[in-house]
Unconditional design. Structure first.
Lengths: 112, 113
């Protein structure tokens, strides 16, 4: 069965370190998204991609970057982790119709 | 910019009570509307969605929502809640100009036995 997987599930890192969160989907979806979830803010869009080599900034993109070298993967990199980036991160993908969105199980990141 | 507002941040109900969670969006064009649920410690699950046609949409677990275009609203309802409905509920909107899903801030529902 097709799926979307995120790794790691939990990560603790130190301030200033570079961190990469993985997202891998086997739906063959062109569209992929990264959100962060914080209490009182819901899910806010960090970056998104509509296909290979395409990346776009979302509403809270500062301090984050993504790259899309193939259809299946959209890794999220925190260039220099900050305590304000402690959050739960969700990856999602969707097909071209916009009718179906599939979410990963999330990565809980703690920056100390 | 498009936005989604969920008016109730925390709701506490007793079992068998009726539920209505508000959701309003700001966008003048065509929208697709979603309600997601997140049970404690789990990821998002789709409750229901609206694309076109009948504005009253029925979803899983007895939930329904009504799209009122003139009010830019998509409120979620359930006639009789259960303790197992304790979760966080998110309204989300996709506009016709993008594939992005824009989420509201969520409503935490606690159902007391």
């Amino acid at each position: 069965d097709a799926e979307i997987t995120q790794s790691p599930r939990h990560k603790i890192t130190e301030t200033g370190r570079q961190v990469t969160l993985a997202c891998h989907q086997t739906w063959n979806h062109n569209n992929m998204f990264w959100y962060r979830q914080d209490l009182g803010h819901g899910l806010r869009l960090i970056h998104y991609s509509y296909g290979v080599q395409d990346t776009n900034k979302g509403e809270v993109s500062d301090g984050y970057s993504v790259s899309r070298s193939n259809t299946e993967d959209l890794p999220l990199t925190l260039e220099s982790a900050a305590s304000s980036q402690t959050s739960v991160y969700f990856c999602a993908s969707s097909d071209g119709t916009g009718h179906g969105y599939t979410f990963g199980s999330g990565t809980r990141l703690t920056v100390v | 910019a498009q936005s989604v507002s969920q008016h109730n941040h925390h709701v506490i109900l007793s079992e068998a009570a009726s539920l209505e969670l508000g959701c309003n969006y700001s966008y003048g064009g065509t929208v697709n509307l979603f309600w997601y649920v997140q049970y404690p410690g789990q990821h998002l699950q789709l409750l229901l969605k609206y694309f076109s046609g009948d504005p009253l949409v029925k979803g899983i677990k007895g939930f329904e929502a009504e799209f009122i275009k003139s009010k830019f609203s998509f409120n979620l309802r359930k006639p009789s809640v259960q303790w197992s409905d304790t979760a966080e509920y998110f309204c989300a909107v996709k506009t016709d100009s993008s594939y992005k899903l824009i989420f509201g801030s969520g409503t935490r529902l606690l159902v007391r036995p």
